[in-house]
Structure formats: structure tokens, C-alpha cells
Design a protein around this ligand. Structure first.
Ligand SMILES: [Zn+2]
Length: 342
């Protein structure tokens, strides 16, 4: 089969490798849709280490084409999406439902072979943990492959607790920023302000529900926010990590407001902030990383009920053979979600 292997920073290659063979307790999936994530880009740029020769890709879906003799609940032809975490299921975090925080967590496409390939072997742990999710017919493979990024946004929105009437500032209008716009709208936010350096992205943010968009290249952001708006900002979500603006965000958010760090930085980064602002304003600073299985399933309900049209953040599509072109385009911020079709 053809697979995208990581060979080192800026070195990803499509190679012909043996198609994995199933055992009694595993099954084989023909990958139908896969997306490039910011984490894949960090790996591509050499900012995050993974094993050489690993198949990248953790946002994908496909069709079951071969089932091990002792596997129950799956049959050939099932459409599936992958909750890309292998957990032990027994540690304190797992028992509380936070398998994304499992002390023995392994991630598909980072620690184990992922979905940028023609076929994916779902290991027995994935099946027994319930991390292989059947997709109803009214959900496309593209939508199913977007469940993973959507679930991480659901985690973020739930953690910071976006509620009816909230004024929310979203930093960044990339794919994850835009999903935050859609989810904040769904949760009943009153005003959704979005900041980004790329005007085309801000236009899409408006179409998806942003009530105010700001390009810091064209205005003295973030000071201008307090001048322009006649309301307070309750919550701030950073979908891109910009240490230089944290101090300003502490100034413009209302007392008792909440700030969440959705995006990490590939490299170590530090920020000089006035801790007194956090104290005297009783601010909450929090963060999320990936999502729980429950949040993944909530995402599926929102997509299949047509409450969310996640396809709106897909801007282009490439065959797997053109993966390098797709990675470069995404890395240069010239596309939102880039679909790879193995
Ligand atoms: Zn665990």
C-alpha cells in the first residue's frame, strides 16, 4: 500500500510498504478521508519529535474491509471514524472518563502508525476500548474525519464554559478558530469577536457567525477592542499561541473573566505577565488538549443532526501522492483544512 512516512523535518515521503495483515482480534480499514492537523505541521517543521518512518495522520475515517474472526460488532462495509488515542482504560484519568489524559496514552499518527495511508489496521485495544466509532450513512467520510478536531473544540468550549449571552474573543481564524466560532454560536454567545492577520479568514469567520472581526495589522489590537466595543469581554480563547499578547488580554478581559489556551506552541515559549491582574481581577486561566471519547461522540451527534456544517472549513483536496504539496500549502497558511484522499 502507499503510505506517507515521516523521515525527518521537512522530509515526508510516499512509499510503497506492505499492507498490514489483520489478526483474529483486529480489523482493516480502507482510509477514505484524512486531514492535516496543526500537530502534523509541527512534526513536519521539526518542532515535535516522532519516530522515524511512522505513518502520520490522526484525523481520518474509512470503510471496514476485513474483520478478524473474534471481532464482534463490526462488519465489512461499516463506515468508521477513529478516536485516535490508545489508553490503558484503568488509570485514574481513564476511570474518570479522561482517556485523553491516560498516563499510558499513545496517539495514532504520532506514537503509532496513522491514517495517511491507503489502509489502517485498527488494533485490538482500539476496538475493545470503543475508540473505533461507527458512522451513520448521513455523515460523509470528510465530515467523519473532522470529528477529531471538532471534539477538541468541544472540549475547549466546555472547559471555558461558553454560555448564553457571553461575549467571546477568539484569537486566530484558522480551522480551529473557525470551529470555535461555530461552536460558540451554537452555545448561544452574544458577541463573537475574531482576530486574525489574514482578511480572507476573517471573511469566513463572519460567514460562520463572528459578529466583529479584527485584523491586528490594520488596527492597534488589542487596545482597539476596548475602544471599539461597548461591551465587556467575558471569555478569550487562544487558538494560536502568541505570548506577546497575553499581558494585553489580561487587561481587556472583564473581572472574573476566563482565558483558555487551546493552542500550544511547538517550541518552548515564555510570557512575562503581571500576575496581579490575575489576582485583582479574579481571572481564570485554563487550557485543553485533545478531547474525551464522550466529546468525540457529541461531535458526531452535532454533525449527523446537521446542527453543524463542518465541511465549510475544507478549502482544498489532494490525492495522497501530492501530500507534500498539501503540507506546504497548509504550512504557508494558504489553506484551511486540507483533505488528503489516499
Ligand atoms: Zn489510563
Amino acid at each position: 500500500m502507499k503510505a506517507l512516512l515521516f523521515k525527518g523535518p521537512k522530509k515526508i515521503v510516499i512509499e510503497e510498504i506492505p499492507t498490514p495483515k489483520i489478526s483474529n482480534d483486529s480489523l482493516l480499514i480502507r482510509v477514505k478521508a484524512a486531514f492535516i492537523c496543526a500537530t502534523d505541521l509541527k512534526i513536519f517543521r521539526g518542532e515535535r519529535n516522532v519516530k522515524q518512518d511512522i505513518i502520520l495522520g490522526h484525523e481520518f475515517s474509512g470503510e471496514v474491509i476485513e474483520v478478524g474472526t473474534s471481532v464482534k460488532n463490526f462488519t465489512v462495509g461499516d463506515h468508521v471514524s477513529i478516536y485516535p488515542i490508545i489508553a490503558d482504560g484503568t488509570c485514574d484519568y481513564c476511570l474518570k472518563g479522561f482517556r485523553n489524559r491516560c498516563v499510558h496514552r499513545k496517539t495514532i499518527g504520532i506514537d503509532l502508525n496513522g491514517g495517511f495511508a491507503e489502509y489502517f489496521l485498527a488494533p485490538k485495544e482500539m476496538i475493545s476500548l470503543g475508540h473505533l466509532i461507527k458512522i451513520p450513512e448521513n455523515v460523509s467520510f470528510e465530515e467523519a474525519a473532522l470529528l477529531e478536531p471538532l471534539s477538541t473544540v468541544i472540549n475547549s468550549i466546555e472547559k471555558i464554559g461558553v454560555e448564553y449571552g457571553d461575549n467571546v474573543l477568539i484569537i486566530g481564524a484558522g480551522p480551529m478558530g473557525l470551529l470555535h466560532v461555530m461552536m460558540a454560536k451554537l452555545r448561544g454567545a452574544a458577541n463573537i469577536i475574531v482576530s486574525d492577520l489574514i482578511n480572507e479568514r476573517l471573511t469566513i469567520a463572519k460567514e460562520l457567525g463572528a459578529t466583529c472581526v479584527i485584523n491586528p495589522k490594520e488596527t492597534d489590537f488589542p487596545y482597539s477592542i476596548s475602544k471599539h466595543l461597548n461591551y465587556e469581554i467575558d471569555k478569550i480563547i487562544l487558538t494560536v499561541c502568541i505570548p506577546e499578547i497575553i499581558e494585553h488580554l489580561l487587561s481587556i478581559i472583564r473581572p472574573q473573566g476566563k482565558i483558555t489556551f487551546f493552542a500550544g506552541s511547538g517550541k518552548t515559549c515564555f510570557s512575562n505577565i503581571d500576575l496581579n491582574k490575575i489576582h485583582y481581577k479574579e481571572l481564570t486561566l485554563t487550557a485543553t488538549q485533545s478531547a474525551t471519547l464522550e466529546q468525540f461522540k457529541k461531535g458526531l451527534k452535532l454533525i449527523s443532526s446537521k446542527r453543524l456544517d463542518v465541511k465549510k472549513i475544507i478549502t482544498c483536496s489532494f490525492p495522497l501522492l501530492d501530500a507534500e504539496k498539501a503540507f506546504t500549502l497548509r504550512n504557508e497558511l494558504k489553506a484551511l483544512k486540507v483533505l488528503l484522499k489516499p
